[in-house]
Unconditional design. Structure first.
Length: 317
């Protein structure tokens, strides 16, 4: 288990538990009661720690390397998944995962951003930072969903769109804008979920949905805390201040009506109980899709557009 800096007291207790278990394996020691006492302390400390996370600490949790990623959710929740590749214009972008499958018996189109879980896969998926061809692939999949009347599920997890020269040369801004437009034009239900990090236009490109869900310790922001601090304070050292000011937590965004629902994570974060987290998100997606059932295309499109036009109006006038 990879422990975050603020989890050091928890790490020390869990290390003691492992030591006791190792000693018990080598002899006839009965350490069950002692292990139970220490485990109770760990659970209590986890609850206390995760109940009062600062925005900067939530950023760390959202980026945890052991947190479930897009492909983990697809593998667990989508049966008969058939991945589709390429944008039919330039090439394939492995940062964006997309395809057809069945979600709890319902045919759907799935679009998501994959960060990877080790050095090799992170490089392969470009750390979840898509290039124009990734967003154009998303547009192609949304057009297919519209054509065959299939709901769209998107899984957002990116620090932002790839900022390299090659992406700019191929029209990164236009690709993101067209992807947002494709979301808003859909005549079928779309449910978007922020499963880790939702950064900038790279995230909203596949998140302009009828229902936007966020895992409890995920983040969603127009810019990363480090990027914001570099601009405002001329130093990334003020990232914690930026995280506080950006209102990027799920709780803040629910209060601001930017998202529709916060999906609670197990105590200690999604990285501690991956299967439980994936199941909880699956239930939330199912509820969201069920709530949109029966609405015609014109109604969905109008309500979706109005939802985003209404954002930022709270407290005005």
């Amino acid at each position: 288990m990879h422990f975050l800096e603020f989890e050091k007291p928890i790490a020390e207790l869990e290390s003691k538990i492992e030591e006791l278990r190792h000693l018990a394996d080598g002899g006839d020691l009965n350490i069950a009661d002692e292990v139970k006492k220490l485990q109770d302390k760990v659970d209590k400390l986890l609850r206390a720690t995760y109940a009062k996370l600062t925005p900067a600490q939530k950023v760390q949790v959202a980026r945890h390397p052991n947190r479930p990623h897009c492909l983990d959710y697809v593998q667990a929740l989508i049966t008969d998944f058939t991945p589709l590749a390429g944008d039919r214009l330039f090439g394939e972008d492995r940062a964006v995962i997309g395809g057809l499958g069945r979600f709890r018996g319902r045919s759907v189109v799935v679009i998501g951003q994959e960060k990877g879980n080790d050095t090799e896969s992170r490089v392969k998926h470009n750390f979840g930072m898509a290039k124009p061809e990734g967003y154009r692939k998303a547009q192609r999949l949304m057009a297919m969903a519209d054509r065959f009347n299939l709901p769209v599920i998107s899984l957002v997890d990116t620090a932002g769109a790839f900022p390299g020269v090659s992406a700019e040369e191929r029209g990164q801004a236009e690709a993101i804008a067209k992807s947002i437009e494709s979301c808003l034009r859909l005549n079928v239900p779309m449910v978007s979920t922020i499963i880790g990090e939702g950064g900038s236009g790279g995230a909203i490109a596949i998140a302009a949905a009828d229902r936007v869900l966020m895992l409890e310790h995920s983040i969603y922001s127009v810019i990363s805390p480090e990027g914001c601090a570099s601009i405002l304070w001329r130093s990334a050292a003020n990232a914690a201040d930026a995280a506080q000011a950006l209102r990027l937590t799920a709780q803040d965004l629910k209060e601001l009506a930017v998202i529709d629902r916060v999906v609670m994570e197990p105590i200690g974060g999604a990285h501690r109980r991956r299967e439980e987290t994936i199941s909880a998100l699956g239930n939330a997606i199912e509820d969201a899709l069920e709530g949109l059932r029966g609405q015609d295309g014109a109604t969905l499109r109008q309500n979706r557009r109005q939802k985003f036009l209404d954002m930022g109006q709270k407290g005005l006038g």
